[in-house]
Design a protein around this ligand. Structure first.
Ligand code: ATP
Length: 369
């Protein structure tokens, strides 16, 4: 069904999650005014503070409301000193990945014009890769199930299944194909693993190449995770689409965010066959929360990913155009020096950046050529 109006579950969470969500919603208002793409919002609270007050991490109908929405826009949840009785972190976003089977954690690492490059090499301005973090199994399958055998030993077990690896590989090949068509990227999928040491990774690689054989138009390769950590610092501009196991993706996507200016610039999408959740890569950032200083760019770009995904799913060219316009407006705001966020030494806070991007959209400054 073609549609330009969507129902989204808005889950701001806590800490800077609430602040950056405000900026993203201002941008969505501008999108509605300029492109006629409307997002009716159902706000669902939740997180660690909510848990402290109510004993639950989400309202009783919270998961259902998220499930019923066309997409979920998520800020950040979790707080260092509010924990479950066993000492583990409150992380509803992890629960949602498992519950809604959001197997593909898509984390674009793209250099934004005007943001000072972290690497000295002039090619740093060309960084444009995507980490696809498997998000429902791997090492995280052991979450809450690990064993402390006695005071001398503990263990967690990694799980890799054929079904999820096939889905992850298919998703990655399709993503590389689409990026090549739309952005002129090289169309190369590189599996990141540790197949030289662990059987589970050897299995993952075997399944990956079975799927690669069915996608001969896209180049397939592999890289060991330790070498990838090195090469993401040495030559990140050489990579395109990087599927990997959950914990590897957790770690390398923070490294990737570091390459493009910090956590505030990194968007993400958690995609399943039925649902999509969109949130910045960062957490609640208690160290800067409540000051209005958080950089909302990752959150705003996550909203763009949401519109792009909705546009693809529902055949809405307007939603896809709006997504592109958000990305261009971000590039323009930073590239033309209209804003400089606090995390890169500037003075512009959350609201000012949201307003600059929203204004560029409203004025049509970033419409497609
Ligand atoms: P989580 O485990 O929940 O992902 P984390 O412990 O990795 O969270 P973050 O909350 O992401 O931590 O914060 C990591 C660092 O990045 C902190 O120094 C924080 O201030 C900074 N940071 C995070 N988000 C932003 C943002 N939007 N703007 C500026 N700095 C940020």
């Amino acid at each position: 069904m073609r549609s330009n109006s969507f129902r989204i579950a808005v889950m701001p969470g806590e800490g800077v999650g609430i602040e950056v969500m405000g900026a993203a919603l201002a941008v969505l208002d501008a999108v509605e005014a300029r492109f006629g793409v409307g997002c009716a919002r159902d706000t669902v609270m939740g997180g660690a503070h909510y848990y402290r007050e109510t004993g639950s991490i989400l309202p009783p109908d919270g998961m259902d409301r998220a499930r019923r929405a066309d997409a979920i826009l998520f800020g950040a949840m979790g707080w260092p000193d509010i924990r479950y009785p066993d000492g583990t972190e409150i992380a509803p976003q992890l629960d949602m990945r498992f519950e809604l089977e959001l197997f593909a954690g898509v984390r674009p690492i793209r250099a934004i014009p005007g943001v000072p490059p972290v690497l000295a090499d002039p090619r740093a301005g060309k960084i444009d890769l995507v980490i696809v973090r498997e998000s429902t199994e791997g090492m995280f399958a052991s979450r809450g199930k690990g064993e402390i055998i006695d005071d001398t030993e503990a263990s967690d077990t990694q799980v890799i299944t054929r079904a999820t690896t096939e889905k992850l590989a298919h998703f990655s090949f399709e993503l590389a194909r689409r990026r090549k068509r739309e952005r002129g990227t090289p169309g190369v999928v590189t599996l990141v693993d540790k197949a030289n040491v662990f059987r589970s990774f050897a299995f993952m690689r075997k399944v990956f190449y079975e799927v690669a054989a069915r996608n001969p138009d896209v180049e397939a390769g592999h890289h060991y995770v330790d070498a990838m950590a090195l090469d993401l610092v040495r030559r990140p501009w050489d990579f395109d689409v990087l599927p990997m196991e959950n914990l590897f993706g957790d770690i390398l996507s923070d490294l990737g965010a570091g390459l493009i200016g910090g956590m505030g610039f990194a968007p993400s999408a958690d995609i399943g066959l039925e649902h999509g959740l969109f949130q910045p890569s960062h957490g609640t950032a208690p160290d800067i929360a409540g000051k209005g200083l958080a950089n909302p760019t990752g959150m705003i770009l996550s909203a763009a990913m949401m519109l792009d995904w909705l546009g693809e799913r529902h055949g809405s060219d307007s939603a896809r155009l709006a997504a592109r316009a958000i990305e261009r407006s971000v590039d323009k705001a930073f590239g033309d020096g209209l804003v400089r966020s606090c995390d890169i030494g500037g003075k512009d806070g959350t609201e000012a950046i949201g307003r600059a991007v929203a204004d560029a959209i409203r004025n049509g400054e970033a419409d497609s050529d």
